[in-house]
Write a protein that binds this ligand. Structure first.
Ligand code: FAD
Length: 243
């Protein structure tokens, strides 16, 4: 499984300062000595904070508990004022996962998806994703190119249907019905931080399927790096629901 962060929200601090006639000053919202290096900020936290501060026009941060971005977002989370987290987003490219996983993932209606088309892409060289419980037996996460009967049948079915006059895409769309749910797929998935929080809570969870649980853990680890404030209450070291 490869879960690669390919895009994320980028804040334009200079525009934000200018638009507020310099009432907003990101250097004032730093954790440490009050000086913020604009090159190393957590843009995915800063934009939601900007959105939240706009509600009360609280650019001057009178309350010490919410003076920093971390403190501000902690307060937002405690009040379940989650809509401000929708102002930043992240996009991942995910490969080496099964159609079983994406079938579950796409139930999350607030994330956005672009998935490999089994009607268009030739599945003759498709690989099978090995679920965690069978990895030791199979010696890896992904098996392929496939020695499995299903794929031999797939190839034969595509050829047979094309010989009967079907176009390649029509033949593939019919033949894919015999591919297993473990067939590897690839997906681009985008979400705002609120949508990520909600879906990760459900999938990086002891009740969830083992493959999607791994996926949820990887997402959370990477999102905590780019948006530590938005995910500060979510522990990535063990799945939710265990206690
Ligand atoms: C462990 C586990 C087992 C599961 N087993 C099954 C199963 O056996 N069969 C099955 O079919 N599914 C199953 N699911 C999928 C599950 O039912 C949900 O479809 C999936 O988790 C998406 O979550 P969601 O519907 O809460 O919200 P999302 O689509 O992720 O939306 C997030 C939130 O937005 C709100 N929301 C979204 N759409 C609406 C709406 N139309 N109306 C009102 N509020 C809305 C809700 O508050 C929702 O919780 C399972 C999920 C998990 C985590």
């Amino acid at each position: 499984m490869r879960v690669t962060l390919i895009a994320k929200t980028e804040a334009n601090y200079f525009a934000m300062m200018e638009a507020t006639d310099h009432e907003y000053d990101p250097s004032g919202f730093d954790e440490g000595d009050g000086f913020r290096n604009l090159d190393i900020t957590n843009d995915c936290d800063s934009v939601p904070v900007f959105g939240g501060r706009n509600c009360y026009q609280s650019w001057g941060k009178p309350n010490p508990a919410t003076a920093t971005e971390m403190g501000y977002l902690k307060n937002i989370l405690s009040h379940e004022h989650y809509s401000v987290l929708e102002h930043s987003s992240a996009t991942f490219y995910v490969t080496g996962v099964s159609r079983n996983l994406t079938h579950e993932l796409i139930r999350h209606r607030h994330l956005s998806y672009s998935e490999l088309s089994q009607r268009y892409v030739d599945m003759e060289n498709a690989r099978i994703v090995i679920p965690p419980a069978l990895r030791q037996e199979h010696g890896g996460e992904v098996m392929g190119p496939l020695p499995w009967g299903a794929v031999r049948d797939y190839e034969a079915t595509v050829r047979r249907l094309m010989a009967q006059g079907l176009k390649r895409k029509q033949a593939r769309e019919a033949a894919r019905y015999i591919l297993p749910g473990g067939t590897e797929t690839r997906i681009v998935v985008t979400g705002n931080m609120r949508a990520w929080r909600d879906s990760i809570y459900k999938r990086f969870n002891v009740s969830a399927d083992a493959e999607i649980r791994e996926f949820g853990g990887s997402l959370l680890t990477q999102l905590k790096e780019i948006a530590p404030g938005c995910f500060q209450d979510m522990d990535n070291t063990e799945p939710f629901g265990g206690k």
